[in-house]
Design a protein around this ligand. Structure first.
Ligand code: FMN
Length: 334
């Protein structure tokens, strides 16, 4: 299987919302890891363009990450909107209209069945068994992202090839199948629990910022580690300048629904502090409400996704990050 055959056992965490570019994915794949293109928040047509851009850069294998749609329901959002209005007006905008979206999952699935890619991973739910069968039928390796042992069982029953096990340390959205409880299980604990129950290859995500972190998950039985935050400051990433600065200047991270209505780990800024406690479970409705505020780029209101070990992220080319993370003890070439 492709995951066992990687020259270096490192997967680039898909990063929707800007940071995950074809250039970053290609640089990681060319360095011997597995690059990933995030499909979240983009149209199927944009995904197609990004796959083409990746293929123009390298022939190396890569993956595409899809968001699975959740239920089309939300609580009353009047109170949360009222909190956002003064925030928005201070920035010269209005809150966006809350709405549900399927993130064009059916069209993206159709695209990937028509024009297959080596690896497809999923986030925010259990991939339906018929979709897994279809993707495997066109030759893609299918990975489901899970955050609990029960989710691992469910994904295994759907027939996936491998699991991405996401610990609480991870930056960005928690990949949980539901949007109820925040996930608090540290990566090494979760990895041990999942390994005990599911005999599938496991990719471990959350807090992998140094070679010793990668070695720890490999020693614990993972076939590869998946890192996102470690790549946020790379020149190939599409990370906004304010986000790059905040990774250095801000110290704490927290898991919050304030920005999107779904639990995600980010740097603690003013917006997170002020609205965390009031934020409703309403994804992607709240994502669309806060979008105009976030689009201003003001660092106080930006969703600054980052993992708990973000302080170790360095500003250097992605190939160097791959080399450093996968260096063996005593190897000083990185
Ligand atoms: C800015 C950002 C965006 C992310 N977007 C996605 C995404 O679109 N899909 C996904 O499955 N995971 C997403 N993640 C999670 C990463 O793929 C990866 O699992 C995580 O970053 C690993 O933890 P680390 O940040 O401590 O390395 C995102 C993470 C970050 C930091």
């Amino acid at each position: 299987m492709l995951l066992d055959a990687l020259e270096r056992p490192l997967v680039l965490g898909p990063m929707a919302g800007g940071p995950g570019t074809p250039e970053l994915a290609a640089a990681v794949s060319d360095a011997g890891g597995l690059g990933f293109l995030p499909a979240g928040y983009r149209s199927a047509a944009e995904l197609g363009e990004r796959i083409a851009r990746y293929r123009a850069l390298t022939a190396a294998p890569f993956g595409v990450n899809l968001f699975l749609p959740g239920p089309d329901r939300a609580p009353d959002l009047t109170d949360y909107r009222a909190r956002l209005v003064p925030e928005a007006r201070a920035l010269g905008v209005e809150p966006g209209e809350p709405r549900w979206s399927d993130d064009e999952w059916p069209a993206k699935l159709a695209l990937l069945l028509d024009d297959p890619v080596p690896v497809v991973s999923t986030t925010f739910g259990c991939p339906p068994a018929d979709a897994v069968r279809a993707l495997r039928g066109v030759g893609s390796v299918v990975i489901a992202t899970v955050t609990t042992p029960d989710e691992a069982d469910e994904a295994a029953a759907a027939g996936v090839d491998a699991l991405c096990v996401q610990g609480t340390e991870a930056g960005g959205h928690q990949a949980s199948f539901d949007n109820d409880e925040v996930r608090t299980i540290p990566l090494l604990d979760l990895l041990a629990q999942v390994r005990n129950r599911v005999p599938l290859p496991l990719v471990a995500a959350g807090g992998i910022m140094r070679a010793e972190h990668l070695r720890a998950v490999l020693d614990a039985g993972a076939v590869a580690g998946q890192a996102g935050t470690a790549f946020l400051r790379c020149p190939e990433a599409g990370t906004r300048p304010a986000h790059r600065d905040a990774l250095v200047e801000l110290t704490d991270t927290a898991v919050t629904r304030a920005f999107s209505g779904r639990w995600a780990r980010g740097l603690v800024n003013r917006f997170l502090t002020d609205h965390d406690a009031a934020a409703p479970a309403a994804y992607p409705h709240v994502h669309y409400m806060t979008a105009p505020l976030r689009a201003t780029g003001a660092v106080d209101v930006l969703n600054l996704w980052a993992g708990t070990r973000h302080g170790l992220a360095r500003e250097r080319p992605a190939a160097e990050v791959v080399a450093e993370l996968t260096a063996e003890p005593g190897d000083h070439s990185a």
